[in-house]
Design a protein around this ligand. Structure first.
Ligand SMILES: CC(C)(COP(=O)(O)OP(=O)(O)OC[C@H]1O[C@@H](n2cnc3c(N)ncnc32)[C@H](O)[C@@H]1OP(=O)(O)O)[C@@H](O)C(=O)NCCC(=O)NCCS
Length: 176
């Protein structure tokens, strides 16, 4: 389904109020492994919940802050659907030739074109920062992420993973 049939997705800043709503959504309707690093075991452990809050608070300082990241909640007509981020990858202090993105949506919002629109919005943000390349990391087992990235025109590079794990995939999206 196209998101045009419903409210168009928009990126909103992660204020403290948005942060608690976003955390509630993630815990209710996303796998912890889709949203956080593997901290404290499986599921929404206290470590992962702390990480989630600290991550978004640190990212509020933006690409020049200590976390070198910025995050946004994805809102569909005032209803939160997930989150997207930009992270610096280059070493130069004040320019961003390439940026990395990551995205997650709550299960109830997937498969409706929202990821496509959110990626389009974050590409525009990256271009506005002056980046010429947007990268994303996933695995060969993540069919939805691969389809989303391919559909956006990404070039995909596959790299064998150790011990039978799904190959790692780096997606590269030129912005100019
Ligand atoms: C990956 C994710 C953001 C995709 O968002 P989405 O809103 O579901 O994607 P869309 O509805 O915009 O679909 C984008 C494309 O993926 C395809 N797609 C969506 N879900 C799919 C699935 N489960 N399997 C295969 N293809 C799928 C769509 O058909 C569409 O392809 P098209 O453009 O060729 O028609 C979402 O599935 C998600 O949050 N997954 C969990 C977190 C995650 O894996 N993040 C990715 C890290 S890079």
């Amino acid at each position: 389904m196209s998101p045009s049939a419903e409210a168009a997705p928009a990126l909103v800043d992660v204020t403290e109020e948005v942060l608690e709503q976003l955390l509630g959504l993630a815990v209710r309707d996303a796998d912890a492994d889709e949203v956080t690093p593997p901290l404290g075991g499986a599921g929404w452990t206290p470590e992962r919940i702390s990480w989630f809050r600290e991550y978004h608070r640190a990212a509020a300082a933006g690409l020049d802050g200590p976390a070198r990241q910025r995050s946004w909640a994805i809102s569909c007509g005032g209803t939160l659907a997930g989150a997207v981020r930009l992270q610096r990858t280059g070493r130069s202090p004040m320019t961003y030739p390439s940026l990395e993105t990551g995205i997650w949506l709550a299960r109830g919002f997937r498969g409706r074109g929202i990821g496509t629109e959110a990626l389009r919005l974050v590409k525009a943000q990256a271009a506005a920062y002056g980046a010429t390349l947007l990268e994303a990391q996933t695995t060969a087992g993540n069919a939805a992420a691969l389809a989303l990235l391919r559909s956006a025109g990404a070039e995909l590079g596959f790299e064998a993973a150790p011990s039978g794990a799904a190959p790692a995939v780096t997606a590269r999206l030129p912005l100019r």
